[in-house]
Design a protein around this ligand. Structure first.
Ligand code: SF4
Length: 368
């Protein structure tokens, strides 16, 4: 049984009727429950009615976060190796049809970027590529990892989905963490926004986080690109997916990200609005449903908003990000994937975390 069975079990539920039938006392009972809540109770916390209880949910989420994670936030930064892509996704600048400046880092440029990023103090790095097995085959990524592990204690990958054997090769090379977003769980929308390329294969992507777990990645980070589908059902499916992985692979640390669509090259008009309040509700419901899950907030979000989210359960934040290929050190960097919002330096982000009473950390494990 894979996650698709869980998805199928819930995909046809009548959300509207479920929300209609919920009462205030149902919501309060769920928030005050001592033991873990179940899937349906999680959905109740994502309902319009639960919007009236966000303050109470925030208190509970804060307590659970302190209990499981203390007052620390791990800092990492992304590094784009290439923006070549063979897919046609309606919501991304790297889409094959977009006229952007394409670039792929050479071994020397990877080393230069690594030195620039490491000199800021980062120990955790996330490497990204567009999805092109032709331009950035696994061997290219593996060679990059060999260079990067001289400079970083943790290397995560956000690249095209791989087989279990390929994930094992990544781990052997020095990768310990996998980020792979389903983008949108709704199968029909998935088909509409992925017009061409390997990424059209919904199932291969959906099962990729599980293949990463089977290969024994230390950390697997999942998420939906908020805005492609209706946020409540997409949030629900994301939480169910994280729960499925956490229960089946208890030795893997499962994390969830909350990316919202950002301005990019090309026009995508069918965007479902996701407000700050919607994002907060998703985060609170998730923390109450899965108290041990990691929560990542990227620089897509505004600085003040990011800070306010910290006490509600954020465990990892990116900082000093660039979505350009070579954006930290190379003069003729390739075009970026999307615009970032929080453009502060690492020092500024660190200071803001301290100010909130939390400790910014650069490293939370050692490769032995
Ligand atoms: S979202 Fe990924 S696969 Fe789609 S165009 Fe962008 S880089 Fe390529």
């Amino acid at each position: 049984m894979g996650f698709y069975d869980v998805y199928s079990q819930y995909k046809n539920i009548d959300y509207h009727q479920f929300y209609e039938e919920l009462t205030d006392s149902d919501i309060l009972k769920i928030i005050h429950k001592d033991r873990p809540i179940n899937e349906i109770e999680f959905l109740a916390l994502l309902s319009p009615k639960a919007e009236n209880y966000l303050e109470l949910m925030a208190q509970k989420a804060h307590t659970l976060s302190l209990q499981h994670f203390g007052k620390t936030v791990l800092l990492y930064t992304p590094m784009y190796l290439s923006n070549y892509c063979t897919n046609k996704c309606t919501y991304c600048s790297f889409s094959i049809d977009n006229q952007i400046k394409r670039k792929q880092l050479t071994a020397e440029e990877i080393e230069k970027e690594a030195k620039a990023i490491a000199s800021m103090g980062f120990k955790h790095l996330l490497i990204l590529t567009g999805e092109s097995k032709k331009d950035t085959p696994l061997s290219y990524v593996i060679d990059a990892v060999h260079i990067l592990k001289k400079y970083f204690d943790s290397i995560g990958v956000e690249i095209f989905p791989l087989t279990v054997e390929e994930y094992q090769q990544m781990i052997e090379a020095g990768v310990d963490s996998l980020t792979i977003y389903q983008e949108v769980y709704d199968e029909e929308i998935y088909r509409k926004v992925h017009l061409a390329g390997r990424k059209r294969n919904y199932h291969f992507r959906l099962d990729a986080p599980e293949r990463g777990c089977i290969a024994k990645m230390r950390n697997v980070n999942i998420g939906a690109l908020l805005g492609l589908g209706e946020w409540r059902s997409e949030s629900f499916m994301t939480g169910l997916h994280a729960n499925y992985l956490q229960n089946k692979y208890p030795d893997v640390e499962i994390s969830v990200s909350f990316p919202r669509i950002r301005p990019h090259v090309g026009v995508f008009e069918d965007i479902y609005e996701v407000t700050d309040q919607n994002l907060v509700q998703f985060m609170l419901a998730l923390r109450i449903f899965l108290p041990r899950v990691g929560i990542t907030i990227s620089t897509r979000e505004r600085q003040g908003f990011r800070e306010n989210l910290i006490p509600l359960g954020v465990t990892r934040m990116s900082a000093a990000s660039s979505t350009e290929v070579g954006g930290h050190s190379i003069e003729d960097a390739g075009d970026g994937q999307f615009e970032i919002d929080d453009k502060r330096s690492l020092e500024e982000v660190r200071a803001a975390i301290f100010k909130k009473g939390y400790q910014p950390i650069f490293k939370d494990w050692v490769r032995i």
